[in-house]
Design a protein. Structure first.
Length: 755
């Protein structure tokens, strides 16, 4: 029978080092021996060093039945053990050819792999391990944060195992590692807080750590022992992924030697199926530990992984609670369903607290609302366009903006965003600034692999190497992203309600305009059939009489009749002009402009100077505000109001018209609407009964006989329509025999800041 070794002698190069087949090295560590059994119980694999443990060589065992070499009793014990459920917990204690061994057994495809080590003398009792575990659990319950728990595990593992240094090693998303907790001898330099590149533990090694959660190297300077097999097939091999004795990669061995480490124990920390981290134990001389201690150390790792979610939740609970409170406060605020409510929303500090952002921007209907640290408007629009180009139509979050949008390099103040679409044209974006951080690496991460004339080697320098990290913000926590998403949904609904409310208001306004227009048409129809027909009848009657009696009527009588005709025609002209003015006034809020009412008043007084002088009226006024309106309509408004006061002046006293106004913008709630400015015209005329306060603004309404007071009765109706056109309002208060107050209200300017 011919035998051969299965040692993997492939040379590791730069191109294949990340794919080094470390699971099939074809050799083991020398502190134990290995046998591979076929299902029919033949020895198909055996390590060269078996003769150092029992009185038989590997050549004498290969191809033989296990019972023929070690006896049927030993064979029966082994296969009974294979059938037990707890074989992965406790090794089998067995006598082989006169020596006591502890054997671990697992299956690799169709081969049973037996790994034997001499039974430990003076080994720890299970009761001792149990006592230590109970003490640890008690202490564990007193810790609150994940970091505190890891520190406790590091201390407890070192106490149980006796290693010189125990580190809790945590991976990030790219599998770069950080020493998260540490316990070491006082004379050793601490590694706590140091970072190590992902190349220190390549992908295939991480895969093995997931498959086999405990890895032991008793002596870093060991001489690997080859595995032999019956030479009955080409490329015959043995998968040692679950092996305890498996020989490690020569690059990893050299890495440990460069660190000055003599022995190691590594326990995998697996969380949600992913390698979260490692418990890495280092000793600076040879060291082996018993199966009981290995089990206790493995339990330490399971304590951590069972608590990761709970402890991380505890760590984040306070901030998450603050986010929830901010979200609750913001959604509970009473906002009106108008576009201007976005100004109140954007200024709310809770909007930043939702996701602990430094700035926020809401983009709605082409307008940008901002608060806190934000880019410029142009940069925000460019960012939205870039996000749109990526076909992102819901949520997008990153703490490395430049990685996704390098074209936005000018936006240097911002490194992290949470973006939410609020529809086709509306958006909300939270911002975080760049956070420059310093990372201490255990050696230069760019030089983790060194190539020289003899091949590849791990780095031999572990001096602290500092790296400055730029162009990134602090990482958005999941609860922050969730909080932003929840509020974005609320805001989207509110924007929809604003749109629906405005549509409802538009339809209501149009309905009111239609109703008023119908009323106006009725009045105009009435005036055209009544007020216009009356002077027409007079003109017809007078001219007919003059024509029929022209030869008999004296000249002065004809002149008197023609004067009456002229007067009636003049009334018709004034009435037609007022009707034309009234019907031409439209709702023109879209073209409002800044108007200085002081200039309007001066122009009106100068234009009406003859009438004012003739009436001997006194005009008193104070400084008037600048408002948003239409200049020529304001001239007509002031003229009509002053004319009305002069027309209805009292004959018992000198007419006095006093004009007062608000000097600063203030919120004025009147008749369920909000205004910012008011101007009041107060006179000492004849006044009116307050029951007519609304009807005097209706077209062609007269409170007095037309023979007593001239005019068409359309003046104040024009004033009301003018104020409606500019988004304002007009109201009158009368005191019979004492005078009239006419107050006009103007809407807020877009630039006004109201307290």
């Amino acid at each position: 029978m011919k035998i051969k070794d299965i040692v993997n002698r492939d040379i590791v190069t730069l191109t294949n080092c990340e794919h080094e087949p470390i699971h099939v090295p074809g050799k083991i560590q020398p502190h134990g021996f290995l046998i591979g059994l076929t299902p029919d119980r033949k020895i198909d694999f055996c390590t060269e060093n078996i003769s150092g443990f029992v009185s038989i060589t590997h050549a004498e065992t290969l191809g033989k039945n296990f019972a023929d070499v070690f006896g049927s009793e030993a064979e029966q014990q082994i296969f009974e053990y294979i059938g037990e459920d707890n074989k992965d917990v406790f090794p089998l204690e067995i006598d082989l050819l006169g020596n006591l061994f502890q054997i671990s057994i697992h299956r690799s495809f169709d081969i049973y792999i037996l790994e034997a080590e001499f039974k430990f003398t003076g080994r720890e009792k299970l009761a001792d391990v149990y006592t230590q575990t109970i003490q640890f659990v008690t202490q564990m319950n007193n810790t609150k944060s994940l970091k505190d728990l890891c520190a406790l595990v590091a201390e407890g593992t070192r106490e149980i195992t006796g290693y010189d240094r125990v580190m809790i090693y945590r991976f990030d998303e790219q599998y770069n590692g950080e020493v998260f907790a540490e316990s070491c001898r006082e004379d050793l330099e601490p590694f706590l807080g140091l970072h190590y590149p992902h190349t220190d533990i390549p992908a295939q090694a991480r895969e093995l750590y997931i498959k086999n959660q405990l890895r032991l190297i008793v002596d870093v300077n060991y001489e690997p022992v080859p595995i032999f097999t019956v030479d009955d097939s080409e490329n015959k091999n043995l998968d040692l992924s679950l092996s305890i004795l498996r020989s490690t990669s020569p690059i990893h061995v050299e890495y440990l030697q460069n660190m000055g480490v003599g022995a190691t124990l590594t326990i995998s920390l697996i969380h949600h199926g992913r390698l979260w981290g490692l418990i890495a134990c280092h000793h600076y001389s040879k060291k082996n530990i018993s199966p009981e201690i290995r089990l206790a150390a493995k339990l330490q790792g399971q304590f951590i992984t069972s608590q990761i979610d709970i402890r991380q939740s505890n760590d984040e609970n306070l901030n998450a609670q603050n986010t929830a409170e901010a979200l609750e406060q913001l959604t509970g605020m009473d906002f009106q369903f108008v576009q201007d409510s976005l100004e109140k929303i954007i200024s709310s500090p809770e909007l930043l607290h939702i996701c602990n952002a430094a700035g926020v921007s809401i983009i709605s209907r082409g307008k940008i609302y901002k608060n806190g640290l934000t880019p410029s408007d142009d940069q925000i629009l460019a960012l939205i366009e870039s996000i749109g180009n990526l076909k992102i139509n819901t949520i997008f979050a990153t703490n490395k903006l430049n990685d996704h949008f390098p074209e936005l390099e000018n936006c240097s103040t911002i490194a992290g965003i949470i973006y939410h679409s609020l529809g086709s044209t509306d958006h909300i974006i939270w911002f975080r600034p760049e956070t420059i951080s310093e990372i201490s690496w255990g050696g230069d991460p760019e030089k983790s692999i060194v190539k020289d004339s003899t091949g590849l080697h791990p780095r031999n320098s572990f001096n602290i190497w500092k790296q400055i990290i730029k162009n990134q913000s602090s990482i958005w926590k999941q609860y922050e992203i969730n909080g932003a998403a929840q509020y974005a949904h609320v805001l989207h609904n509110q924007l929809m309600m604003i749109m629906l409310s405005e549509e409802e208001e538009k339809y209501r306004t149009q309905s009111e305009i239609l109703r008023e227009t119908n009323s106006e048409l009725e009045n105009i129809n009435w005036i055209s059939t009544h007020d216009l027909q009356e002077p027409l009848r007079k003109i017809q009657m007078i001219t007919s009489k003059v024509i029929s009696e022209i030869d008999a009527v004296p000249l002065d009588s004809i002149a008197h009749s023609l004067q009456r005709v002229s007067k009636s025609a003049s009334r018709m002209r004034v009435l037609l002009e007022d009707i034309l003015k009234y019907t031409r006034i439209k709702n023109t809020q879209g073209i409002l402009e800044k108007t200085d009412l002081n200039k309007i008043l001066q122009f009106t007084i100068e234009d009406m100077s003859e009438m004012i002088t003739e009436s001997k009226a006194v005009i008193q006024y104070e400084n008037l505000p600048e408002i948003h309106s239409i200049t020529f309509l304001m001239k007509q408004l002031f003229s009509n109001i002053i004319q009305n006061s002069l027309k209805y002046a009292s004959t018992e006293r000198t007419p006095v018209i006093t004009i007062t106004a608000s000097d600063e913008p203030v919120i004025i709630e009147h008749m369920f609407k909000v205004y910012c400015y008011w101007v009041r015209f107060s006179d000492n005329g004849i006044g009116f009964d307050q029951q007519y306060a609304e009807s005097i603004f209706k077209v062609f309404t007269r409170l007095h006989h037309k023979e007593e007071y001239t005019g068409s009765g359309i003046g104040l109706a024009l004033c009301k329509k003018i104020m409606q056109a500019v988004g304002g309002a007009i109201f009158a208060e009368g005191k019979p025999g004492k005078g009239t107050d006419i107050t006009i209200y103007f809407p807020c300017d877009p630039s006004d800041t109201l307290l």
